[in-house]
Design a protein around this ligand. Structure first.
Ligand SMILES: Cc1cc2nc3c(=O)[nH]c(=O)nc-3n(C[C@H](O)[C@H](O)[C@H](O)COP(=O)(O)OP(=O)(O)OC[C@H]3O[C@@H](n4cnc5c(N)ncnc54)[C@H](O)[C@@H]3O)c2cc1C
Length: 511
């Protein structure tokens, strides 16, 4: 008897799984995950992503087995794997979730569509977030998001007809896929249980620190929810997350204002998750080209390999920047503000193009989600054309968010010897003092490669010269029309009408 195939991608769960639920309601089905060598050769992919995925697959494998089923995990390019399965036992339908991935997965999906047509296999793609494929009108987007989030969770029928296939699990070592980067030793572990644990501990307790706690790199690791990798690889679904938060909010007594405030602010971030992914879904080119094409050529010719090397090695000399790189290496995670600051330093004083910096950061973030990542890379580099460029000064950020140097001293051992008065600009310590403390400038204490204020001013001038061009100004409206948020214009309860919408809305993200 023929069956349906469920192709799992960034949706490593069975709960609230539209693709699996549709297949299971339609008779016998089999579940497949493919480890595709081509994907792992892309410059934005890293060993940490792979290990996280393998851990998540392990927990899903056990869960399906406990239900009497099977998770096929096969290694090879997707077309060969589909051919092998089809040649062994042909299937009539393939179900998967819509994926807003990188350029490689986009191209691969086109090939899969061709294969399905040739084999007469019906490929049904289901929505997994509030992201709309083929979106025509951004104005009604938020309403569509609300509708999607309010739908009942997808369930599996009580009696399941598993199609078992005689293929052994194939999980190559990371090195066999060419993944040689170190796995951050304190990275969040993959798996649904771990995702639920992060969500529950946050919703019940940690959310009380959310407001006011998410900006400093000291408090953010516990004040933030830390669910990002579990959403990125689909260990938990967006809908179940939104619904569980809303249920909790309904139950909360009015006087629990700290918890309520935290959960409400968190909820707005969940909305932003889909809002940013929608940009890449609507325009896959923004992985490679500026969102506003008028900024093409802005940084292309100025690539400075030394600046890039100092940044990626965490040796820029600006203590907060270098401490963030050290933390990333150890944990694979940073809070929003510190991510934005790293990109800002790269894009302005170091004048590095967002694409290469973005590939490097993608390999550092365990939660790498192409839609959020590339939209944010462009926003923080000033190439969207629609957001007022926000430039984070790393010295000011350090004064505001790590005034006593606890963070930098934790991550940069050399900083432990630096007296408080030189905490923010240690390279300015008089030579005698450096000698007394046993420092050699340029070694234990790197010296910034540029003078921060001057280099930032020059970068701003270059950016604003492009921004001021009449044709660039004229093209801005089309970018807003396609990608801008409409939250305060159409769907949000109206308080004060505002004109410069995207900038106003984004402000909430800079806490
Ligand atoms: C340059 C840059 C690159 C980024 N790349 C990624 C990425 O690859 N993957 C990723 O998940 N997030 C990315 N972010 C957004 C944000 O920094 C992370 O989502 C957040 O730090 C994850 O931690 P959390 O789950 O504890 O967040 P919380 O603050 O607890 O937020 C809950 C969820 O809301 C979503 N969210 C939060 N902030 C944002 C935001 N600003 N934009 C869109 N969605 C948001 C995420 O899904 C997050 O898991 C990036 C931000 C910047 C500035």
């Amino acid at each position: 008897m023929s069956y349906s195939l469920v192709w799992l991608k960034r949706d490593l769960r069975w709960q609230d799984h539209a693709a699996m639920s549709a297949a299971a309601r339609n008779g016998p089905f089999a579940c497949l995950y493919v480890i595709e060598p081509g994907l792992w050769q892309q410059p934005d992919m890293a060993a940490s992503h792979y290990h996280f995925i393998v851990e998540s697959l392990r927990s899903l494998y056990a869960a399906l087995r406990a239900m009497g089923g099977q998770l096929l995990i096969l290694h090879g390019d997707i077309i060969s794997v589909l051919n092998a399965l089809y040649d062994h036992s042909p299937f009539h339908t393939m179900h998967s979730h819509e994926e807003t991935g990188n350029g490689w997965t986009y191209e691969r999906d086109r090939q899969v569509a061709v294969w399905c047509r040739e084999k007469n296999v019906q490929w049904q793609e289901h929505r997994q977030f509030g992201v709309v494929r083929g979106l025509r009108d951004r104005n009604r987007w938020q309403t569509a998001w609300e509708t999607e989030m309010a739908k009942p969770l997808q369930t599996l029928p009580e009696s399941l007809q598993w199609q078992k296939l005689p293929f052994d699990v194939q999980v190559p070592a990371a090195a066999a896929l060419g993944l040689h980067q170190a796995d951050p030793p304190s990275r969040q572990p993959g798996g649904r249980q771990q995702g639920l644990q992060a969500l529950n501990t946050f919703a019940e307790e940690r959310c009380m620190q959310y407001r006011g706690g998410i900006s400093s790199p000291l408090s953010a690791p516990t004040a933030c929810s830390r669910i990002s990798p579990y959403l990125s690889y689909g260990c938990i679904s967006m809908r179940e997350t939104v619904q569980s938060v809303r249920r909790l909010l309904l139950k909360l007594p009015e006087q629990e204002s700290r918890q309520r405030g935290g959960l409400q602010a968190f909820q707005s971030r969940l909305y932003w998750h889909c809002h940013f992914i929608q940009k890449l879904e609507s325009e896959p080119e923004i992985e490679f080209q500026p969102m506003h094409r008028g900024y093409t050529g802005l940084r292309e010719d100025g690539w400075n390999p030394l600046h890039f090397q100092l940044l990626t090695e965490g040796r820029t000399g600006w203590p907060l920047v270098d401490a963030c790189v050290a933390m990333l290496r150890e944990t694979g995670w940073l809070n929003f503000r510190m991510r934005a600051m790293l990109v800002s330093v790269a894009a302005y004083p170091l004048w590095l193009h967002w694409r290469d910096v973005g590939c490097w950061l993608a390999t550092q973030f365990v939660d790498y989600e192409p839609g959020i990542h590339w939209s944010q890379m462009q926003m923080q580099s000033g190439t969207t054309g629609m957001n007022v460029p926000r430039i984070y000064n790393p010295l000011k950020q350090a004064r505001d968010h790590d005034p006593h140097g606890r963070f930098v001293r934790r991550w940069l051992p050399a900083m432990r010897k630096v007296p408080d008065s030189w905490l923010f600009e240690p390279w300015k310590m008089p030579p005698v003092m450096q000698q007394q403390l046993g420092f050699t400038l340029g070694q234990e204490l790197p010296q910034p490669p540029v003078e921060l204020e001057q280099a930032t001013r020059l970068a701003k001038q270059r950016l604003f010269a492009v921004r001021g061009q009449p044709e660039v100004r004229a093209a801005k409206a089309a970018v807003i029309e396609k990608h801008g948020s409409r939250v305060s214009r159409t769907d949000k309860p109206k308080r004060k009408p505002r004109q410069t919408l995207p900038e106003v809305v984004q402000a909430s993200l800079f806490e």
